[in-house]
Write a protein that binds this ligand. Structure first.
Ligand code: M6R
Length: 603
């Protein structure tokens, strides 16, 4: 996730872009940059913009930048605050990216999935690349298409239309783009699967990843749809649909949100916003290409050990159940802080799972594995983080920055990457189901947690139970509940309750049971009956249309109708929503629970 912002009007663009980027810093903050250019006399539409864009870009946070970044002159500008996905955070990898001539400047939020193939072709055609990013191909493609348009005698709108349509035809992946082209008197905005909104002021126009930078200047917001492209010029905004190229009308809404709620996309807390980002985050994380070399090392390993902490440890446990079942490779999962106590079998590959890439215990465990001669892997969300410098192979989750201390989207993104490994080693198992999971997760988010939260909020202890892969999901559900509500919650393998915890069950101890129609279903039903017999109220999450479970449970939460593997992710999201809603009912500081830090860099 990155933030992009654009301006065209009569004012000097640079200070407005800088202020806009500060509002978008929650979307990424490892580097920033802007490009501005001066329009001509504004009379003729496309041929009158003067000069090349001036580009300033740097590693670091825009909020720490000096006043020198605002000095560039020009009344048309674009800016970017970055959360690196391709290419480490550095001055050269910061956006905007330019073509060979420097006449075209581009800022991008999203991922270009086919950039490696495109880059190869462009280099063979003589284009010179400066950065390691996926985005730079966009600038060079535009250069190529503009040159073709020039050679064909196309000018003005026709030339720009030609370049934009060919660009949209060529790119695969997700992108919100803002583009400056020398000679075009305004901004070009393009949207596919990444957010982009436009603002309409008095004699000035704005573009941004969200409304926060715009609201200070105007409340009139135009929401672009996927595959829209728009020209923002002194004549106003013109929006077109791809591939038809026909002009389309998009409603302009008056929005009266304050800046803080706009940053959270209208959600009350970042945690809620991050829960709702999961359909896109999961799909982006699962669909990415994974290095064949990495997969072949894992395939050849005699066993795999995962080292991780907290939620990341739970993602490792889910991986274990699925890998062992479908790929028959033995997997051990260790809490990173305990790993140094154990021996590592010869031929073991070790995977560190860590959102931040900075958790001290996980780094120590991975260093220990490396010192013992194991091939070491990292699954992380942060490009260039410490773990990426230790690992031989790095697999990235595509969650974007997670602001809330409680892991939600980063957890499901870890599951996505780990499931992708299972799928690649397991000859395509789950591939079709998980490529198509998006609508299932969207439907999951329609769940109303009110009834379940009403039961949980008054409890002092809550048990979470499941079997098989739903055991780690129960652990994760309990962790979410305890860390943000401060209610004691314990995840248990459903079969274990009768070996001790049964003595704690009373009518005041709710049990959250995850019980879908998988192999463990019959025995889970017996376990739930045993818990009911001890007087515990049961909140059961199960497969759609399960009449038996509905009958037994006090509250039955049906998952959307889908394949077993998709139910695993849906159930996780339901548990997050129950914990979140309970914390809100209790008035907790949801994004910053007491005593916790997002990244634990001490042992
Ligand atoms: O950054 P990491 O994934 O290494 O962090 C590990 C844990 O600290 C983390 O998952 C923690 O348990 C979550 N914030 C819980 O929601």
């Amino acid at each position: 996730m990155c933030g992009i912002v654009g301006y065209t009007g009569k004012r000097n663009a640079a200070p407005l872009i800088v202020e806009g980027l500060k509002c978008l810093e929650y979307r990424g903050y490892d580097s920033f940059g802007l490009a501005v250019m001066e329009s001509g006399d504004g009379s003729a539409g496309h041929e009158d913009a003067a000069g090349k864009p001036t580009v300033i870009k740097k590693q670091g946070r825009i909020s720490d930048a000096g006043s020198d970044v605002s000095v560039a002159c020009g009344n048309i500008g674009i800016g970017h605050t970055r959360w690196a996905t391709h290419g480490v955070p550095s001055d050269v990898n910061a956006h905007p990216h330019t073509d060979c001539s420097g006449d075209i400047a581009v800022v991008h939020n999203g991922i270009i999935e086919n950039y490696a193939e495109l880059k190869k072709v462009l280099i063979a055609e003589g284009h010179v690349f400066k950065s390691e990013t996926d985005t730079e191909v966009i600038a060079h493609l535009l250069e190529k298409f503009c040159n073709t348009a020039d050679a064909d005698g196309l000018i003005g709108d026709e030339k720009i239309d030609f370049a934009v349509k060919n660009l949209m035809n060529t790119l695969e992946g997700s992108f919100a783009l803002l583009i400056l082209i020398r000679g075009f008197n305004g901004l070009i905005a393009i949207k596919r699967f990444s957010p982009l909104v436009l603002g309409i002021g008095d004699d000035e126009l704005f573009a941004s990843s969200d409304m926060t930078p715009i609201l200070e200047h105007t409340q009139k917001i135009l929401f672009l749809e996927d595959n829209d492209y728009a020209y923002l010029t002194p004549d106003g905004i013109r929006v077109f649909g791809y591939p038809s190229g026909e002009a389309v009308e998009r409603e302009v809404k008056t929005v009266d949100w304050d800046v803080e709620s706009a940053k959270k996309g209208g959600y009350e807390y970042f945690m809620e916003k991050e829960i709702f980002e999961q359909p896109a985050v999961f799909v982006n994380s699962f669909r990415q290409k994974i290095d064949d070399g990495a997969i072949s090392v894992l395939k050849k390993a005699s066993s795999i050990t995962v080292v991780a902490c907290g939620s990341s440890y739970h993602a490792g446990l889910i991986f274990r159940y699925l890998m062992e079942k479908y790929c028959k490779i033995p997997v051990r999962v260790e809490i990173a802080s305990e790993f140094l106590n154990f021996t590592i079998a010869k031929g073991t590959a070790v995977i560190a799972v860590t959102q931040s890439g900075e958790t001290a215990d996980t780094l120590a465990a991975l260093r220990h594995a490396k010192a013992n001669g194991c091939p070491v892997f990292a699954v992380t969300n942060v490009l260039g983080s410490s773990v990426t410098r230790i690992a031989d192979y790095v697999l990235y989750t595509r969650a974007g920055p997670e602001i809330s201390v409680a892991a939600t989207k980063s957890f499901t993104a870890q599951c996505a990457v780990l499931l992708r490994i299972v799928s690649l080693i397991g000859k395509g198992i789950f591939e079709k189901e998980l490529f198509e999971i998006y609508p299932v997760l969207e439907e999951t988010l329609l769940f109303d947690p009110a009834d379940a939260s009403a039961v949980c909020k008054d409890a002092e202890n809550i048990f979470y139970v499941g079997r098989g892969v739903y055991y780690p999901i129960s652990l994760e559900g309990a962790l979410k509940m305890k860390e943000i509500t401060y209610i004691h919650a314990e995840g248990c393998a459903a079969g274990e309750l009768k070996h001790g915890p049964f003595s704690l069950l009373t009518p005041k101890t709710p049990v959250v049971a995850v019980c879908t129609k998988d192999d463990a279903y019959p025995v889970m039903i017996s376990n739930i009956k045993e818990m009911k017999a001890r007087g515990a109220p049961v909140i059961a999450i199960g497969s759609s249309g399960d009449k038996d479970l509905k009958e037994i449970a006090d509250i039955f939460i049906p998952l959307p109708r889908s394949e077993n593997i998709c139910e695993v992710i849906s159930a996780t999201i339901i548990l997050q929503m129950i914990a979140y809603n309970t914390a809100v009912l209790l008035g907790r500081d949801v994004d910053k629970p007491r005593n916790l830090a997002k990244s634990v860099t001490v042992i």
